[in-house]
Design a protein around this ligand. Sequence first.
Ligand code: SF4
Ligand code: SF4
Length: 380
Amino acid sequence: MISTPTVSSDEPAITGNRVELQLLTTLKCNLRCGYCSLAVGEVLRSQKHAIYTAEQLEAFIRKHLADREVYFTLYGGEPTLNTGFILELMERFPNCRFNMQTNGTLLHRVPDKVLARLSNVMISVDGGEEITDSYRGKGIYRRVLGNAAAVRAKTFGTLTARVTWWGGETTFEELDELTRSFDYVYFQFAQGVGAHTPESVAKKKAVLAKLVAKFFASDALYPVVPVMGTVRNKVAPWRINELSAGLTQCRVSTNLLNVMPDGKIYPCPDMLYSKELLQGDIVGNWVKKSPLQPHPDMPCRQCVAYHYCRGNCMKNLHLAYVKNDANWRTQVTEPTCELIRFLGEEVDRHDPGGWYARAPLPVRNRLVNAEVYEFCEVMP
Ligand code: SF4
Ligand code: SF4
């Protein structure tokens, strides 16, 4: 049984040796995606650009994170709408790694010296062209893929497609196609009521089965992160402890700080509306341990998937089992857990240990140590 969380100010704010500072550099966005999580609680556009200074951020890091590796994820809103602040950060923190999460539509306007400093660019799509354009606007899919191809030569980092997997229409072929344009494909099951009807879950399982089959059909690395992550967690389980102290692999309980433009810090970028989760403040120069922790009422420790899942999404679990939102539990959390368990069963059917034993050393190394795991949530 997971112990009841006791969050007190004398507990270390960060667990582990590194911390991801996810900076919402602006809450402005040039798109209006139908399901944007920041629209909940009217967070999107509620603040404009970051109002704390780079000096205040440096003072915060010096006081609270001095003995850790700090890396940045540039987030929004749409971070490419505030490249001036990004350049300032890159100059002030020349030794830090930078990751960017973008809708990809304005990548062509990002200065070359920013692109050259990015370790990874997460570019949002929703699957194939038709689905992406239906959520994001006509022509967006092609524009984004064109922009990704155009910046490829200007960055040393990896390009990762970040797919929100909504209904049952997304096909294996659409996800597979993205592996040709991107270094990695990360998908996350949509967190919205109505996304996971029984019919939609059945269709998603059929696609998952094909993704897993393709992963094991080759001794090259098929770069679909949740499949890679599931295999990694089964053949190299110690990596979960190294990267997120054995807790949720989005780092929200251990080493992820989301900084709003006004400097307020929250654990989860999807729950910025929840003032009770306030975790710190750049301007006030304080931070405490994440309040989003495992809770005795969450079913994870009794779950067969726990050894590789580790509580997937604390937001989903918190809403379902702490806030007791029955609608969320039955329509989002439980179907997502069903899909995660299915993913693990499919992986087990292909003997991941045997595959790993046969894999060439560079493939084994990439499966276990790929940097991309530090920039996304690992589990879907
Ligand atoms: S599948 Fe669901 S219940 Fe099981 S460990 Fe993951 S989040 Fe917890
Ligand atoms: S996976 Fe869930 S808890 Fe983690 S950052 Fe994303 S929405 Fe928040």
